[in-house]
Structure formats: structure tokens, C-alpha cells
Write a protein that binds this ligand. Structure first.
Ligand code: ADP
Ligand code: MG
Length: 239
């Protein structure tokens, strides 16, 4: 269980979240809806441990353990993953070395160049990612769609339990969006929990949502159960 209680967060002296409480159970999926500027990315960044987001109240626990004192890499190792709203480029870090490093850290392994190549290439083939990408700098000159595919590749090798998707549907054309949503649908299973942050409902057609939280001005103003989630999935959100 990822349990957020009465969370209060500020960034650059600006209060961005107040009294935010939400509970995410293993194997269920959640949606966080909210307009631009409502605090969705701030919530995702805070859960992942971005140092600019200062927690001034409340708690975040993962299976009963306080994660607020943990570094982002420790949170990742504990099974939390954040798909960024805008995915950063990292010059000077080859995709291969990045993937090998996170894989070895996650599973406490020491896969070599040769042995990790054998692990990663079948996943890339499955996702239709050209092997040449391995020797390029991480995300540098990758298209939006390619960056998302690299994130899905990370999901495949890290097998995180709690996956925050921060507007992964934005900035993709219709075909790219469909492909991303289909791949995410394939990664979603009874052992992981997707927390889908969006203001665009199309992605909900691909993922079964158990509960919807509506965020407004940094606060959860509404919670909807499965029936409403199903209704939104079936009919859209008054669009
Ligand atoms: N790093 C930051 N520095 C300054 N202000 C920020 C920062 N991150 C978020 N904010 C502000 O916090 C509010 C919530 O932003 P955000 O969490 O990005 O909303 P959303 O993802 O829902 O669009 C906005 O007013 C935004 O300008
Ligand atoms: Mg955002």
C-alpha cells in the first residue's frame, strides 16, 4: 500500500499541496484528474523525492515504511517509478549504461556488458526499439514517442510496484498515443499499481481504473469509486 496522509508541500516558498490524502492498494489502478496548475506533477515529484519539493506536513508510507527520508534511488529500489511529464535528456550517458546501472541497482546484480546485452535486447525487440539507440546519449534527440518507449523498457526491466504516469498522453500524435497506451496496458498486471495523472481521458480506455481522485488548487476535492471511473471510461468526461 502506498499511503499518503495529509500531505503539505511547498516549492520555491509557494504552497502547492495541502491536506492531500490518498491510498493506493497493490494491484489496483488510480487516476488523478486535475487542470493545469492543480498540483498533479508536484504530487508525483514529491512521491518520487525531488529535492525542490519541500514536505512541511503529513506522511507518505510504502507498506508501512516512511519513504520521506529516503533518497529518490532508494524509493525506486523500493518499487516506485515515475514516468515524467517531460522526460529529461542526459548528455554523456549512453542509454545502455543507464539501463545496465538501474537494472543492477534494482536487482542487486552485477551484469556485465555482454550479459546485460542478452537481457536487454529481447525486450527492445519486443517493443520495436532499434538496438542502435543503446549507443546514443539518453533521450538526446529522441522523439516524444521514443522517449516513452524507453520508459516502458525501464518498466519491463525494473518491474516497479507503483507506477506514476504524469500526463504520458500529452504531446503524442494519435498513432503514437495508441501505441503507448497499448504497451502500458500490456505492462499493467495484478501485481502493479498504475497512478494515472491526466486531464485527457483517452488513456482510461486502456487501463481499468478503480478509483479517481480530483485535484484542484493543491487539494483533493472529490473521490470517485469504480462505477464513476467505469462511466468515464465508457463515455468520456463530458467531452
Ligand atoms: N519547481 C517549481 N518552481 C516553482 N513553482 C512551481 C514548481 N513546480 C510547480 N510549481 C507551481 O506549482 C503549481 C502546481 O504545479 P504542477 O504541480 O506542475 O501542476 P500540474 O501538474 O497539475 O499542472 C503551479 O502554480 C506551478 O507554477
Ligand atoms: Mg503537470
Amino acid at each position: 500500500m502506498l499511503d499518503i496522509q495529509d500531505l503539505k508541500v511547498s516549492v520555491e516558498q509557494k504552497e502547492v499541496l495541502q491536506w492531500v490524502s490518498l491510498q493506493c492498494a497493490p494491484g489496483q489502478n488510480y487516476c488523478i484528474l486535475g487542470k493545469n496548475g492543480s498540483g498533479k506533477s508536484s504530487l508525483a515529484m514529491t512521491v518520487m523525492g525531488h529535492p525542490s519539493y519541500e514536505v512541511s506536513g503529513g506522511t507518505i508510507t510504502l507498506d508501512g515504511e516512511d519513504i520521506l527520508e529516503m533518497e529518490p534511488d532508494e524509493r525506486a529500489q523500493a518499487g516506485i517509478f515515475l514516468a515524467f511529464q517531460s522526460i529529461p535528456e542526459v548528455k554523456g550517458v549512453k542509454l545502455f549504461e543507464f539501463l545496465r546501472t538501474i537494472y543492477n541497482a534494482r536487482w542487486e546484480k552485477k551484469e556485465s556488458f555482454v550479459s546485460f546485452k542478452k537481457i536487454i535486447i529481447p525486450h527492445m525487440e519486443e517493443l520495436g526499439i532499434d538496438k542502435e539507440f543503446l549507443w546514443r546519449d539518453l533521450n538526446v534527440w529522441f522523439s516524444g514517442w521514443e522517449r516513452r518507449k524507453i520508459e516502458i523498457l525501464q518498466l519491463k526491466i525494473l518491474e516497479p510496484k507503483y507506477i506514476l504516469l504524469d500526463e504520458v498522453d500529452s504531446g503524442l500524435d494519435v498513432d503514437a498515443f495508441r501505441s503507448v497506451a497499448t504497451l502500458l496496458q500490456q505492462v499493467n498486471n495484478d501485481d502493479n499499481t498504475f497512478i494515472v495523472i491526466t486531464h485527457y481521458f483517452a488513456i482510461l480506455e486502456y487501463l481499468e481504473i478503480d478509483k479517481v481522485y480530483v485535484l484542484q488548487d493543491g487539494q483533493i476535492v472529490r473521490e470517485w469509486g469504480k462505477e464513476v471511473a467505469d462511466e468515464i471510461q465508457a463515455e468520456g468526461f463530458g467531452e
